[in-house]
Structures are given as structure tokens and as C-alpha cells.
Design a binder for this molecule. Structure first.
Ligand code: RUQ
Ligand code: CUA
Length: 670
């Protein structure tokens, strides 16, 4: 007990010290080792070995890097509007950011999880959580586009998400903030937390063919904070593990008030059992409201549906679904090793890392080796479930990944290092400084049954002096290590987009072999497609004008439009007629209070424009598409409201108005 107190004090002292000194370990200078340069060098024209998909944190997006080069390939817009691609600005993509409370064009994206088959990454989909407005997105890795976003009811701050079961049967979402349930009064005093605030974890089923998600059931739980999670695998398949903090149920100054108890919990959920109860018709259907947004690659259009029902199982009424494992000091990371035998909890303020045994947990459950209950849920005895503790690993353990060779790697936020330890005897084998303060780390496949244990990347919260200064705001960063030998070797570091939290990676060909190069224009089912220039046209219906416009190197059809009036609602439906890889065209019209469109070959996208003054408005292609890209442009005549200029449109009719030909005598065309 006393020792615990001393350790806690030491940690608090260290935390303070690091926050004051800025977490700068000694010898930050000569960081790489040996032939690092040649190990990360991918010569021009050669490909990287792995795709690395990295969370964008408060950018709301996901970025795609190559490993080992650290080259940035792309930013995939997910929860935030993106002017570069028109995501969330085009009529087709606006519904993707719809929620039960309207348009929410930003989120805080923390965790990513690749779809798996038999516990191994399969390269089909990438799931991403939205933290602030509880949502889960599914990205289709054929197109690198967000294909679906579903909102989570009865939740607030969707942090322990979107982790998956070993055959992608379910993707989970646990609430960070406990709140009054959606069907309960919301206008309650905050100090009625213990009575009125509840936690939930949600299980969303994933259709094995289409990938489409559906909220299968939610577990109603005591009002604590759920933080991270990971599914069991192999022998522990059928279980899900969630870390939780604030078992104190504080609602203010959590920094102090939620750090009172010596132990919080890892919550073990028997989801197969829960599934059986659902099949038996147990649980309660609640009226709620949440958006389910799906993008269709044939119509190139998203739809948003507001769903109204959710099935809730109150965990305390089903005594064999949920068990609590005591875990020291506000656990954060919750990681399951590749064999599925061990569950690692990382107490942010603990001076050790507890490793739990699934087998021991099963035994303890069988003989009811309980230490009382917490809010009606059985608490297992710590010692009965413990495989052992990693002693003196470092300060501030956060997250653990595995190399598939029996070793685990844990980030130490406070002492700014990665610590390698062995699962069997819990011995620390190696440690390496990081620059600085790592949050998550990632080994390709490192949370699956089959890690590709060659590289490790640490994602750092603090950059300080690593790069040229860019004013007060500095980038976050990633650091690549070679973990193929006994000792970790630092190879390189590179900046990241937004704040990286979790990441995933997989061998490049698992994705590249299926990558879509163009959309087949013959299969374009967009209601406003123009299949060929001869079908381009301008149609007025009242004050709505639909422009069916095509793009091909290097002109629009039509490119002269007249008869538009101030206040008209003009919809430019741009169809890119190209059928070649890497030939997008862009579209921007003057003063449109929205972004450009960027239209891929075979695709149709729509920009809405309401001209508010009489003008000749120009429009042009924004993406350099050919030597004559700069010629890809056009004019729109906007006449006053109520004028009687008829709609007309043309392409290539370069004749002059009667009597106007020789206005400028200096121009001779002979
Ligand atoms: S978090 S740095 Cu995943 Cu949001 Cu641990
Ligand atoms: Cu089309 Cu530039």
C-alpha cells in the first residue's frame, strides 16, 4: 500500500517535471543507427512495402503513408469537409456528414481498424471512429473513399471504437462520456451524475459482403468512461475487452477526482452470449434518432437515413455477459496479444503493466472467484486473473502492440520511450527513446493474429525541436523503428497530418491489387449524368437550373451558357467522360461560396451555385489535365432577375454577334 503511494507520488512528480521541461530526454541529437538511410530509402519509381493508414486526430481525416519511406500519398476525407476533393461540399457528399442534429462537418478521429478474416487483416475496409459526435465510418480500400458513416445513439465521445471481432462480425463503440440515455430527460442537474448518467458499449454488425453496418445491440452499463478496447482472438474469440476509468463517477476535475481509486477496470464482454440473448428476443427496443449515411458508387451519391430504433440490453440483468477485471490506475490501452491468451491493460498512472490471462479469467468466472460487484456487475479477483505484472517498464504506459514472436511493445508517454518486453516471463528486453511523448504505436498487423513484425511506428504528441520551426504550431510526428532484431533501431521520423492516434498497416499488394483506377462510365447511374457531349444540356424548371456538363481533355460542354438569372439555383452536374487512370478534371465557378469539384474519370459530381449579381461569371478546370488545361474554361451570362434572356448553351460556336465582328480593328485573323 505504502509502496503504491510512493510510486504514485513519483509518477505525479515525473508528470509535473515533464510538463514543465517539455519532455525532452537527453541526447535528442544523433538518433538514428547504422545504415538507417538505406533501410528507409525507396528509390524513385519503386513502391513501398506497406500501406500505413494513420488517424488524423482533430483534422477529422485519415492519411495514407508508405512504409518504410514515410511518404504521404493521400489524405482521405472522412468526418471533415475537404475543399481539395469537394468532400462535404458537393451535393452528392453532403449527406455523409449529416447527423440526427444536422450537418456536423468536423470530428476528432482517433482510432482505425482494418477488417479481418480469421483474425488476419484482409485489406477490404478500414473503420474509423468519430470521437466528438459519436460516429463510425467505413472506408472502402478499393477506392480509398469513405463509403459509410453511422451515428451512435446513447453515446457521447465515441472513444473506445472502432475495434472489431476477428471475422469483422462486429465493430464496437464505447462511450467516453456517460450521459443520460437518449430516451430519458436531458435537462437534469450535472450533480445527479450517479443517478442519471449511464455508459453504453455498442455492437454494430458488419455485412460480410457489402460491409454495411447496423447497430445490432447496445449494452447499458454503469456511468463510467470507456477508453480503449480490443477483441479476443483465437481461444478468446467471442469476448471483447474495454478499459474503463472514472469508476469514481466524478463529474468535475476528473484529473483529481477520477484518480482516487487504486484500480479501475478492464471490462470483459461475452458478446457471443449477448448475441444469443438478442436472438432470443431479449432486451428493450428504445426510440432514439441517429443518422446512417451510405455512399453509392454507381449513383456517385450518398443518402442519409435517420434511424429510430435501438436494442438495449441492461448488463446487470444478464449476469453472464459482463465481468470486471480490476486494473491499476485509470487504464488507457487495452490490447490482446496475437495468441489471444493475454490481455494487457495500461494504467496511465501505474508504475507497472498488468497482463491478464484469458484462461485464468475463464476459471475465475467458472468458480465465481469474485471480489464483490460494481453497480451490479461481478468484479473478478485481480490475483485470480493476473498472468503477471511487467515491473518497472517506464512511466506512463499507454498502448501495446505485438510482433508475433512473443514480444510486446508499449509506449511510455511520460518517460518518452518504447519498451519491449516478453509475454511469457514479462521481462523487459529493450527500451528506446522517442522524440517525444508517444501516444499510440503500430506494428503492421500488430493487433491481429498475424503481425508483420518488421517495423514499428511510434506516433508522437509532442515534436518540439525535431524539425524547422513553423511558428507556435508544430506538426505531430511519426517515428519508424526496425524491430527485426533483438534491439529496436530508430530509422526515421516524419511529420503527420493532424494528430495521429492509432494507425494500421498492411502489405501493399493486399490493397494495390484491388485498387479502382476509374469508374466505368457505362455503369454511371447518377440521375444527372450526361453520357457524352451530345447529351450535355441546360434545363430550367422554375428558378432551378440543371446544367448537365461534361469534361474531357480539355474543354467543358457546354462552355457558353446564357439565360441564368440572379437568384437562380444553379446545379452544375459535372460528368468526367475520361476513362483513363489519373485524369480527373476540376470545376470552379467564380464566387461560389463552396469548394471546387474534383471529378474522377467516369464520375458525376454536383456543385450548387446561386448567383447574386448580374455578371459574366467565369468557370474553369482546377486540375492540370493536359498541355491545354489552361484553355479548359467557360463563361456564364447572369442577367437580372425577371429578365427575359432565354436559356441557351453552346460549345465551339465562335461566330460573332451580327454587326459586332470588327469592333476592335487591331485584331486581324487572316
Ligand atoms: S488515445 S494516446 Cu487512442 Cu484517443 Cu491513446
Ligand atoms: Cu481539365 Cu484541367
Amino acid at each position: 500500500m505504502k509502496k503504491n503511494l510512493v510510486q504514485s507520488l513519483a509518477i505525479i512528480a515525473a508528470t509535473l517535471m515533464f510538463s514543465i521541461t517539455g519532455c525532452k530526454p537527453k541526447n535528442a541529437g544523433n538518433a538514428t543507427e547504422g545504415d538507417a538511410a538505406s533501410k528507409v530509402y525507396v528509390p524513385p519509381g519503386k513502391y513501398d512495402e506497406f500501406y500505413n493508414l494513420v488517424s488524423g486526430g482533430f483534422s477529422g481525416q485519415v492519411s495514407v503513408y508508405g512504409i518504410p519511406s514515410g511518404r504521404l500519398f493521400r489524405v482521405i476525407p472522412v468526418f471533415s469537409r475537404d475543399p481539395e476533393s469537394g468532400w462535404g461540399y458537393t451535393e452528392e457528399t453532403k449527406p455523409m456528414l449529416n447527423t440526427s442534429r444536422g450537418d456536423v462537418p468536423w470530428d476528432d478521429q482517433h482510432h482505425l481498424e482494418l477488417s479481418q478474416t480469421n483474425g488476419e487483416v484482409d485489406g477490404r475496409w478500414l473503420f474509423a471512429n468519430g470521437n466528438n459526435t459519436p460516429r463510425i465510418a467505413r472506408i472502402d480500400l478499393k477506392t480509398f473513399r469513405t463509403a459509410e458513416i453511422i451515428e451512435i445513439p446513447n453515446s457521447s465521445g465515441n472513444h473506445s471504437s472502432p475495434f472489431i471481432t476477428e471475422n469483422t462480425e462486429y465493430v464496437v463503440a464505447g462511450t467516453r462520456f456517460s450521459v443520460p440515455m437518449d430516451n430519458q430527460p436531458q435537462d437534469v442537474p450535472i450533480d445527479t451524475y450517479k443517478k442519471n448518467f449511464k455508459g453504453t458499449v455498442s455492437f454494430l454488425s458488419v455485412d460480410p459482403k457489402s460491409g454495411n453496418m447496423k447497430i445490432a445491440f447496445q449494452l447499458l452499463l454503469p456511468g463510467v468512461s470507456f477508453d480503449l478496447s480490443h477483441a479476443g482472438k483465437g481461444p478468446s474469440n467471442g469476448w471483447f475487452f474495454f478499459s474503463c476509468y472514472n469508476s469514481e463517477q466524478a463529474h468535475t476535475l476528473l484529473e483529481v477526482n477520477a484518480s482516487q481509486r487504486d484500480k479501475d477496470f478492464i471490462m470483459a464482454v461475452n458478446w457471443k452470449k449477448a448475441e444469443e440473448y438478442v436472438k432470443q428476443g431479449k432486451g428493450q427496443v428504445q426510440n432514439v434518432s441517429y443518422a446512417h449515411n451510405v455512399y453509392n458508387d454507381s449513383t456517385h451519391t450518398a443518402t442519409s437515413t435517420i434511424e429510430t430504433k435501438t436494442l438495449v440490453l441492461d448488463a446487470k440483468n444478464f449476469p453472464d455477459i459482463v465481468y470486471l477485471i480490476p486494473c491499476p490506475k485509470s487504464p488507457h490501452g487495452c490490447d490482446v496479444d496475437p495468441t489471444g491468451a493475454y490481455i494487457v491493460g495500461s494504467g496511465k498512472l501505474a508504475a507497472l503493466i498488468p497482463v491478464f490471462s484469458f484462461e485464468k479469467m475463464q476459471k475465475a468466472i467458472a468458480v465465481k472467484n469474485f471480489d464483490g460487484n460494481y453497480a451490479g456487475l461481478p468484479v473478478l479477483k485481480y490475483d485470480a486473473v493476473l498472468h503477471g505484472e511487467v515491473k518497472k517498464p517506464g512511466l506512463g504506459p499507454l498502448h501495446t502492440e505485438f510482433d508475433g514472436r512473443g514480444n510486446a511493445y508499449t509506449t511510455m508517454f511520460i518517460s518518452s520511450e518504447i519498451v519491449k518486453w516478453r509475454l511469457s516471463d514479462l521481462k523487459v528486453l529493450d527500451r528506446h527513446a522517442t522524440y517525444y511523448s508517444p501516444g499510440h504505436l503500430m506494428i503492421p498487423g500488430g493487433d491481429s493474429r498475424k503481425p508483420f513484425g518488421k517495423y514499428l511506428i511510434a506516433y508522437k504528441k509532442i515534436t518540439k525541436d525535431r524539425y524547422l520551426p513553423t511558428g507556435p504550431e508544430l506538426c505531430q510526428a511519426a517515428q519508424l523503428f526496425d524491430i527485426s532484431g533483438d534491439k529496436m533501431k530508430l530509422l526515421s521520423d516524419y511529420p503527420s497530418i493532424g494528430e495521429p492516434h492509432y494507425a494500421q498497416a498492411l502489405p501493399a499488394d493486399m490493397i494495390s491489387k484491388n485498387s479502382v483506377k476509374i469508374f466505368d462510365i457505362q455503369k454511371n447511374q447518377h440521375p444527372y449524368v450526361a453520357l457524352g457531349e451530345k447529351n450535355s444540356k441546360v434545363v430550367r424548371t422554375g428558378n432551378r437550373v440543371d446544367v448537365y456538363m461534361t469534361m474531357i481533355r480539355s474543354h467543358f460542354s457546354p462552355d457558353n451558357i446564357e439565360g441564368i438569372k440572379v437568384g437562380d439555383e444553379v446545379y452544375f452536374h459535372l460528368t468526367n467522360l475520361e476513362q483513363d487512370w489519373d485524369v480527373p478534371h476540376g470545376f470552379a465557378v467564380r464566387d461560389a461560396p463552396t469548394s471546387e469539384l474534383l471529378v474522377m474519370p467516369g464520375e458525376t459530381q454536383t456543385l450548387k451555385w446561386v448567383p447574386d449579381q448580374v455578371q459574366i461569371a467565369s468557370f474553369y478546370c482546377t486540375d492540370f489535365c493536359s498541355a491545354l488545361h489552361q484553355e479548359m474554361q467557360g463563361y456564364i451570362r447572369v442577367s437580372p432577375k425577371g429578365s427575359n434572356v432565354p436559356i441557351s448553351f453552346s460549345l465551339g460556336n465562335n461566330s460573332d454577334a451580327p454587326g459586332e465582328a470588327a469592333l476592335d480593328d487591331s485584331i486581324k485573323t487572316d
